[in-house]
Design a protein around this ligand. Structure first.
Ligand code: NAD
Length: 505
C-alpha cells in the first residue's frame, strides 16, 4: 500500500460516520413530513453512506411559505449593503470548511480530491463575486426623452427562487445559482440531486451559521419526480433555475407552463474538439485528454467528440492511446487520482451500455485500466471509440462518462458541418495556429461557448450557457441579473407635456 493510499483510507474512515441528512426549512433541520428516507450510496464501494430525508409536496409547500415570508419580511426589507455582508460571510465560512467540504464531495460523488478542492474554492468565489457584481454592476439605465421625460430602470428581486441541480459538480453548481439568487435579493429553495446530498447539507449548516434570517435559504432533498416536480409546480415559486439533462429540462418546462414560470435551462452537451494539422499537437493532446477524462467524464462541457485532421490523425491517435493507458484511475480520496468511479451503479450501467452499443455500431473500443482492487466501485476506464462517425448514436447522444468518440476530417468546410451535426450546442474547442481560421471556425460552430487553443478555462464574468438543445438563457456575470431580477422602468414627467384630453369640451 502506498503512502497516498493510506492517506485516502484515513480520510475515508474520518468521514465514514457522516450523519443522516435532514431537510433545512425555515431555519430548522427537520425530517421529511412523510418521515421517509432514502439511502445514499458510495460510488467507490456501493455501500450505504447514510440516510437522506426524502422531501415531497408538503415539505416544498412549507419551504415555499417560509421563503415567501422571508422575502416579504426581513430579507426583502434589508439594505443591499447588509444583505451582501451575509453573502460575503457565507464565502468566508466555505473557505473555513474547505478541508471538510472537499473530501465530503469526493466521498459522495467519486470525483477526485484534487478536483473537489478546486471546486470548493470556486464555490466561495461564486459568493464573493456576486456580492461584488451586485454592488458594482447591478446598475440601471437613464433615458432623457426630449425635455419632457426622464426614464430610468431598476432591478428588483423576483421572489422565491427554485434551484434544481445535478450531481456532477454539486457544490460548485449549487453555489453558482445560490450566490446570484441571494445577492440580488431573492429567497431560495434548493433541490439538490438525490445522488449527491452531502455537501448541500453542509452548505445548509454553513448558511445557518452565517445567521441569515429564517426562511431565506431552504434545502429540500428528494427525488426529481416528487420534490423537484412539486417545486416546479408551486404557485409561490417565481422562477426555476435548472441544470441537468435535456429531457428533464423539457419535462420541467411542460410542468411549469400553467404557472408561467420563468426558466433558466442549463442542459446536456456533446461538444466537439477540432484539431487542425497546423495545431500545437502536444498542447491539443493535453487539452483533449483533460477535457474528456477530468470530472470522470461527467462534465457537461466535455469534448466528447474529437475531429482530428486526417494528415495528423495517425500520430495523434497513437499519442492519445498512450495517455489513455497511463491515466491514473483510482481512489477519489487519493490526491494523485485523475479518474474516479462514476456517481451511481445506474449511471455506470448506462455508460457501459453505450460501450456495447459502440461495438455494435462498428467502433473499435480502446480502453485504459482499472486496478483490480477497485472492482466494487462504478469504474469505467478511460475509453476512446475509434472508427466512429456522425451517423452513430454514440456520436450523437450524451454518454456522460470518460468516453471519447474519434473522427477524422479533410477540410474546414467539412469539419464545421460535422461539428454542427448534433442536437446539442453547449461548447466547442478549436485548435489551429492559423488565428483567422481559428476565429472563423469558432464562430461557425453552433454552440454557446467556444475556446480557441485552450481547454475549458472559465472567467466568472463571461456568459455561461448553451444553444440548441443545450439550454435556454445565460447565467454568469451580469447576465444572471436578467434572470434573477425583474427589470422595472420608471417614467418621470419633467414638465407639462401634452396629454390627450378625451371628452373635454
Ligand atoms: P437530471 O436531469 O437527471 O437531474 C437533475 C436534477 O433534476 C436533479 O436534482 C433531479 O432530481 C431533478 N429532476 C429530475 N426530474 C425532475 C422533474 N420531473 N422535475 C423537477 N426536477 C427533476 O440530470 P443529472 O443526471 O443529475 O445531471 C447530468 C446532466 O446534467 C447531464 O445531461 C449534463 O450535461 C447536465 N449538466 C449541464 C450543465 C450545464 O451547465 N449545461 C452543467 C452540469 C450538468
Amino acid at each position: 500500500m502506498t503512502n497516498s493510499q493510506t492517506a485516502a483510507e484515513l480520510k475515508r474512515k474520518t468521514i465514514a460516520g457522516v450523519q443522516d441528512v435532514q431537510l433545512y426549512i425555515d431555519g430548522q433541520f427537520v425530517d421529511a413530513a412523510s418521515h421517509q428516507q432514502f439511502d445514499n450510496i458510495s460510488p467507490f464501494t456501493n455501500e450505504k453512506i447514510n440516510s437522506v430525508a426524502s422531501g415531497g409536496a408538503e415539505d416544498i409547500h412549507k419551504a415555499a411559505l417560509a421563503a415567501k415570508k422571508a422575502f416579504k419580511g426581513e430579507w426583502g426589507k434589508m439594505k443591499q449593503s447588509d444583505r451582501l455582508k451575509y453573502v460575503n460571510k457565507i464565502a468566508d465560512l466555505i473557505d473555513e470548511y474547505t478541508e471538510e467540504l472537499a473530501p465530503l464531495e469526493s466521498y459522495d460523488t467519486g470525483l477526485p480530491l484534487s478536483l473537489t478542492k478546486k471546486m470548493v474554492s470556486r464555490a466561495s468565489h461564486n459568493f464573493r463575486f456576486y456580492a461584488e457584481m451586485v454592488s458594482s454592476r447591478m446598475v440601471g439605465d437613464a433615458y432623457q426623452v426630449d425635455d419632457e421625460f426622464l426614464n430610468y430602470t431598476i432591478h428588483k428581486p423576483v421572489g422565491v427562487a427554485g434551484l434544481i441541480t445535478p450531481w456532477n459538480a454539486p457544490f460548485m453548481l449549487e453555489t453558482w445559482k445560490i450566490a446570484p439568487a441571494l445577492a440580488t435579493g431573492n429567497t431560495v429553495i434548493l433541490k439538490p440531486a438525490e445522488w449527491s446530498p452531502l455537501t448541500a447539507n453542509k452548505l445548509a449548516e454553513i448558511i445557518d451559521q452565517a445567521g441569515l434570517p429564517d426562511g431565506v435559504f431552504n434545502v429540500v432533498h428528494g427525488f426529481g419526480e416528487t420534490a423537484g416536480a412539486s417545486l416546479v409546480a408551486h404557485k409561490d415559486v417565481e422562477l426555476i433555475s435548472f441544470t441537468g439533462e435535456t429531457t428533464t429540462g423539457s419535462e420541467i418546462m411542460k410542468n411549469g407552463a400553467d404557472a408561467l414560470k420563468r426558466f433558466s435551462m442549463e442542459l446536456g452537451g456533446k461538444s466537439p474538439i477540432i484539431v487542425f494539422d497546423d495545431a500545437d499537437l502536444d498542447r491539443a493532446l493535453d487539452a483533449c485528454t483533460w477535457g474528456i477524462f477530468s470530472f470522470n467524464g461527467e462534465r457537461c462541457t466535455a469534448n466528447s467528440r474529437l475531429y482530428i485532421h486526417e494528415d495528423v490523425a495517425g500520430q495523434f491517435i497513437t499519442a492519445l492511446k498512450e495517455r489513455v493507458d497511463n491515466i491514473r484511475v483510482g481512489d477519489p480520496l487519493d490526491d494523485t487520482t485523475q479518474v474516479g468511479p462514476l456517481i451511481h451503479r445506474k449511471h455506470y450501467k448506462k455508460v457501459a451500455s453505450y460501450l456495447e452499443l459502440a461495438k455494435e455500431e462498428g467502433c473499435e473500443v480502446y480502453q485504459g485500466n482499472v486496478p483490480e482492487e477497485y472492482e466494487l466501485g462504478n469504474y469505467i476506464p478511460p475509453t476512446i471509440l475509434l472508427n466512429a462517425d456522425n451517423s452513430m448514436r454514440v456520436v450523437q447522444e450524451e454518454i456522460f462518462g470518460p468516453v471519447l468518440a474519434v473522427m477524422t476530417f479533410r477540410d474546414e468546410e467539412e469539419v464545421i458541418e460535422l461539428a454542427n451535426d448534433v442536437r446539442y450546442g453547449l461548447a466547442g474547442y478549436v485548435w489551429t495556429k492559423d488565428i483567422q481560421r481559428g476565429h472563423r471556425v469558432a464562430q461557425a460552430v453552433d454552440a454557446g461557448m467556444l475556446w480557441i487553443n485552450s481547454q475549458n478555462v472559465r472567467d466568472l464574468r463571461t456568459p455561461f450557457g448553451g444553444s440548441k438543445h443545450s439550454g435556454i438563457g445565460r447565467e454568469g456575470g451580469y447576465y444572471a441579473f436578467e434572470f434573477y431580477t425583474e427589470m422595472q422602468v420608471v417614467h418621470v414627467a419633467l414638465g407639462d407635456h401634452k396629454i390627450p384630453q378625451f371628452g373635454k369640451k
